[in-house]
Design a protein around this ligand. Structure first.
Ligand SMILES: Nc1nc2c(ncn2[C@@H]2O[C@H](COP(=O)(O)OP(=O)(O)OP(=O)(O)O)[C@@H](O)[C@H]2O)c(=O)[nH]1
Ligand SMILES: [Zn+2]
Length: 334
């Protein structure tokens, strides 16, 4: 037998372990924006992106990414079902390894958690595996802070015994990034945090080359880390939408807060995102809201024979799927 073929395992060098960076931060803080920034930089590295979606069915995050055509990074691995640490505790690392087996090695793995995740248990998945001789290891936790809304999310009361996940995300960070600095006044800036980088649209970071301290992130004792009151509704309709009245309705929902669920409780939307097809517009309209602030941008063109599916995901408290669907349906034209 050819000697080179004899024991291929041994040729692997020590530097072959692949770093995983967890990108966390509250709903709408700018995690996906940061991923896009990284993927669009010249990096000459093979980067795998893993997204942990919160009950969004079809992947909206993915379609929102600049790198959607796939040249910028090699592979998406989507882990749905709400919370990564609950759903894939055992299979998460395995799934990544399988992916690498199929696609070859990556230089770097970026894992975006849901905005409602406690990164502690997720981080510990990788710690456990390093003892088992896994090929991947946790490089660090980056927490994005929404400079505009974070004080509100931090201050939100939780039922007794449940830790505010926004607090956990900050507590476990190796690196904190305060984003959306364009939306905050100079004197509101938060000097009290250590190790902060202030960014606008998550840009200006040398994130791939930086190293973070190896802080102990092994705590796994939090069982109820997802706030129970927060739920999600995915609304989907085919056709063109009458954008102007829809926007007025969305403003009622987000700003006036006068749309209620069936128990007559106000729906409190923390986050909304999705794509819309507007009559007379050849492009997909990306709609996003974080609390009251919203954004709509034209993105890629609809293909000629493509079914125009409008999709909106709402994440919040007292979210009522039927009432939202009924509300939106009034603006579908055909
Ligand atoms: N004004 C302003 N808006 C920003 C900035 N960074 C991101 N955004 C907007 O904030 C919204 C949310 O950004 P995302 O990157 O999708 O946030 P995310 O953390 O991935 O959101 P989830 O995954 O839903 O928790 C989008 O509408 C962005 O365009 C910023 O620096 N300034
Ligand atoms: Zn995101």
């Amino acid at each position: 037998m050819d000697e080179e073929e004899a024991c291929p395992e041994l040729v692997e060098d020590d530097g072959s372990k692949i770093p995983v960076t967890i990108i966390t931060g509250y709903l709408g803080a700018g995690k996906t924006t940061l991923l896009n920034y990284i993927l669009n930089e010249q990096h000459n590295r093979r980067i795998a992106v893993i997204m942990n979606e919160f009950g969004q069915g079809d992947s909206i995050e993915k379609s929102m990414s600049v790198g959607q055509s796939g040249e910028l990074f090699e592979e998406w691995l989507e882990l749905r079902n709400g919370c990564l640490c609950c759903s894939v505790k055992d299979s998460g690392v395995k799934a990544i390894e399988n992916l690498m087996e199929k696609k070859g090695k990556f230089d770097y793995i970026l894992l975006e958690t849901t905005g409602l995740a406690d990164p502690g248990p997720i981080a510990s998945i990788f710690w456990l595996d390093s003892e088992l001789g896994s090929e991947i290891y946790l490089d660090g936790i980056v927490t994005l802070i929404d400079g505009k809304n974070c004080l509100r999310s931090l201050g939100e009361e939780r039922p007794k015994g449940i830790i505010n996940e926004c607090v956990r995300q900050i507590a476990l960070a190796d690196l904190l990034i305060v984003n959306k600095t364009d939306l905050i006044e100079e004197d509101e800036s938060m000097n009290s945090f250590a190790n902060i980088i202030a960014t606008k649209r998550s840009s200006g970071l040398e994130i791939l080359s930086s190293r973070w301290s190896d802080k102990d992130t092994t705590s796994t004792s939090i069982s109820n880390h997802l706030e129970q009151n927060v739920s999600t509704a995915l609304i989907e309709f085919e056709g063109n939408i009458d954008l102007e009245p829809l926007e007025t309705w969305l403003q009622d929902l987000l700003w006036e807060k006068n749309i209620k669920n069936k128990n007559n409780e106000v729906m409190e939307i923390l986050r909304c995102k999705g794509q819309l097809s507007s009559r007379g517009c050849d492009k997909r309209i990306l709609f996003q809201a974080v609390y009251e602030l919203y954004d709509k941008v034209e993105t890629t063109e609809w293909l000629e024979n493509e079914r125009r599916i409008n999709k909106l995901v709402f994440i919040g408290r007292n979210v009522d799927h039927a009432i939202l669907a009924e509300g939106i349906q009034q603006f579908i034209l055909n």
